[in-house]
Design a protein. Sequence first.
Lengths: 152, 164
Amino acid sequence: MLIAGVLGEVKLVCDKLKSKFEMADLGTVSHFLGMVVSMETNGHMISLTQEGYIDRALERFGMASCKPVGTPMEKDKTGMKGGRDKPCDRTLYLQLIQSLGWIATGTRPNIAFTVSYLGRFNTDPNNRHWLCAKRVIRYLAGTKKLRLSLGG
Amino acid sequence: MCVSLEKNKVLTFVHEIPETKKAIPMKLILQLKLNPVRQTVRYKARLMAQCFRQVDGLDFTDTFVPVASPSRVCVVLSVAAAKGFAVHQMNVVTAFLGSELHEEVYVSLPVGVFGRERLACRNRSLYGLKQSPRCWYTTIDNFLITKIGFRRGRFDCCVYTHDN
């Protein structure tokens, strides 16, 4: 759990919690929900990254040595609704989309559109969708060091 | 038995259980505990109840519980950054063992640990019960609101605010 506030009051709340529950005090936040949280400029800017999670996702989907690309989606790729192609492994596709969704909601809102668009094909994905989904993770591979800055 | 179970006085031995009830078997789950950079820091063992043996209406009723989402975490952190707040992180040790359980639950230890004894939960929830997350939420919610004076967020039940 996170407690944010003026330093003295945070301490007060911590003490009250400690009196009731057995607590492990982890100090100033550094990791939360798998995100690395870092404070900058005296706490007036907080930045979040999920570099570790992206690395693990790359490994899990066999993309650890992929060639990075500069954009999450190709231009004019939105017309993927019709057309036929050979079907892809749906389970794997869903796993990839879910992983990307977690990254999008956590620290990378810039892939949110692509992920939600690809999510529309969850019921019946084919090879083109699969390639498109892999492109997103290739984009992440090249930009995994990007951080989401809050405040500042 | 597990140290944490004993410390929290979760279980007690019983001679027999009511006829309508069945003891839920437990299993010892072994796990590697990793630190944020994925190195093994601990070998962990936890005695868990097998929730798939629980019967709806008999061993549990409600199981739903609000969970913090990453977007809410971002919102809270943005506010903290804008106001220059200190952000402190805490973890409750064996949270589920300290939360209140309202159902009457009986469990049995895995064979080989102690034999076939039956145990009863003493108003404390266990890891692995379906209702445990909800029990924990109710406990911490109650504590934050009545004891510390927090208000539950109207937009998210996992964000609490304090007027001072």
